[in-house]
Design a protein around this ligand. Structure first.
Ligand code: ADP
Ligand code: MG
Ligand code: MG
Length: 488
């Protein structure tokens, strides 16, 4: 448990596993109390007024080992990724062309494109926009490479969640490691500081200040039935500390938005007589969030207004898996990031990504390759929030049945082969044996400003860890637990 001689943290500094059983049981009890005391909770599915730990906020008992150089790479590239997506969002022609094939069969994306078109035709009333982002990665090594590299799974520009929970899990792991006898000096080096809450609140505050109306409200767009609101509320409370009065932060679903929002003559977004300065979407990324035309009407109204949106409709379109795939094509990143070294830094994180809508021979070969080797690819539609992708044999079957124009709504991605570690994954009412796991690292950041001109900031991270053989990856969909990295 000692620091290595030159002060570097080594994998040998990580706790020896398995822990003695009584240690594990004790640490689980300690973790549960810590989670209760610090609001590491979600609403239970059965109750609108009760929350619990571990039921939907499962946690890793210990931080998971993660290579320091790849963690640092992800942090160092974050401002560039934020700036990239900020710029892509303003390129109307690029985004329209990118989604041309998608919208032939994907109704949800088509609705987003229609709103984008209307905003473009009328003229965008608010030149400034806010991206609150989380870029997700795995450490990946295939049979051809000698070492692990950092590869991007996707970038989330809407409703990037779990920041508040991630911050708490980092604190919990610091404490658990102290209980195991680790000294502060070693923990300060191996467990990176993690403060996404203040970063996200700062992003919203910067936008609210820019709007320059002290009476204006921040509108948080939420799901009709929320389970993860504690993760959201913590950010709101931080925003209050920065100076937005509590009664000027309002939470509404899109249906309520439709009833309570109006546009002024100058396209100010009015909420019961007050201007809305900022709209923070923690919903609106899934077809389920728009059950009727009323929700779409509300979204259009918001997009037409002078409110600063996080994200605005352009950025939501820049957020699709399709945009991610097109950005991986030759010259696409370089169109937005002029500095070759910066573009190369972004590009080095890209995994293999392919369209399947073209009739060219290379595409046909890739599709055939995916059908023959289903374990090497993932098939993705234009969905967010987990649960939409196809893996393994069902992916091969899906690929065979996708016909004509339907193919344009999907992309193929190289299946990453992540680093395998060991940890204890704690879920409510379930045993927690030592398991082989894989982790996905998310880095939080924001971009704020006009086209061609934004400030960016990086702050905080989320590690999500799941069983080695699990395909899907989200916490909300029950696949992963909330974790933090032990850097070596
Ligand atoms: P969503 O927007 O729904 O979160 P993702 O692209 O992040 O969609 O995919 C969901 C999960 O599927 C990820 O968290 C990850 O665990 C897994 N996954 C996605 N793409 C890949 C890939 N290329 N290789 C391995 N796993 C992947
Ligand atoms: Mg994801
Ligand atoms: Mg996503």
């Amino acid at each position: 448990m000692s620091d290595s001689q030159d002060g570097r943290i080594l994998l040998a500094d990580y706790p020896k596993l398995p822990l003695p059983e009584d240690r594990t049981d004790f640490l689980v009890q300690e973790s549960l109390d810590f989670a209760h005391a610090h609001g590491l909770v979600m609403r239970t599915p059965q109750h609108i007024d009760r929350s619990d730990v571990c039921q939907n906020t499962p946690i890793a008992l210990l931080p998971s080992a993660f290579p320091r150089n790849l963690f640092e790479k992800a942090v160092n590239v974050q401002n560039l990724i934020a700036a990239l997506y900020h710029e892509v969002a303003y390129d109307y022609d690029f985004l329209m062309k990118t989604h041309e094939q998608v919208i032939k069969t994907d109704v949800f994306t088509k609705n987003l494109v229609e709103i984008f078109k209307k905003v473009q035709e009328e003229g965008n009333a608010q030149p400034v926009s806010l991206a609150i982002q989380r870029s997700d990665y795995m450490c990946h090594k295939d049979q051809f490479s000698a070492e692990y590299t950092l590869k991007q799974i996707e970038v989330n520009n809407i409703a990037s969640s779990m920041g508040a929970h991630a911050e708490r899990v980092s604190k919990m792991h610091y404490r658990n490691m102290s209980i195991l006898g680790y000294e502060k000096a070693l923990l300060n080096k191996s467990l990176p500081k993690n403060e996404p809450i203040s970063m996200i609140a700062e992003a919203l505050f910067v936008a609210w200040k820019h709007f320059d109306n002290p009476a204006a409200v921040v509108l948080v767009v939420v799901e009709t039935v929320n389970q993860n609101q504690i993760d959201q509320r913590v950010v709101e409370y931080e925003l209050e500390k920065l100076g937005v009065p509590p009664d000027q932060i309002v939470r509404r679903d899109l249906n309520q938005c439709n009833e309570s929002l109006r546009l002024s003559e100058t396209r100010g977004l009015m909420y019961h007589g007050s201007f809305v300065a900022v709209v923070y979407f923690r919903a609106g990324y899934s077809p389920d969030h728009y059950p009727t035309q009323a929700e779409w009407d509300a979204r259009l109204l918001i997009e037409r207004s002078t409110a600063i949106k996080a994200p605005w409709i352009g950025l939501q379109l820049a957020n699709t898996k399709k945009t991610q795939q097109v950005l991986a094509e030759d010259g696409a990143v370089e169109r937005f990031i002029g500095h070759p070294r910066e573009a190369a830094a972004i590009r080095s994180t890209f995994a293999g990504l392919w369209a399947i809508d073209q009739n060219d021979p290379l595409t046909r070969k890739i599709v055939q390759g995916a059908i023959n080797h289903p374990s090497r690819f993932v098939l993705k539609p234009q969905l967010e929030g987990g649960g939409g992708n196809f893996y393994g044999e069902p992916m091969a079957e899906k690929l065979k049945t996708l016909e004509g124009e339907e193919r344009g709504a999907y992309i193929l991605m190289e299946r990453l082969q992540p680093l395998v570690v060991e940890n204890y994954l704690i879920r409510a009412n379930q045993p927690h044996p030592l398991s082989k796991c894989v982790s996905e690292l998310g880095i939080y950041g924001y971009a704020f400003g006009k086209r061609g001109e934004c400030v960016t900031k990086t702050g905080g991270h989320l590690l999500r860890t799941k069983g080695e053989t699990v395909d899907e990856g989200g916490v909300a969909v029950g696949a992963a637990v909330i974790d933090s990295p032990f850097l070596y």
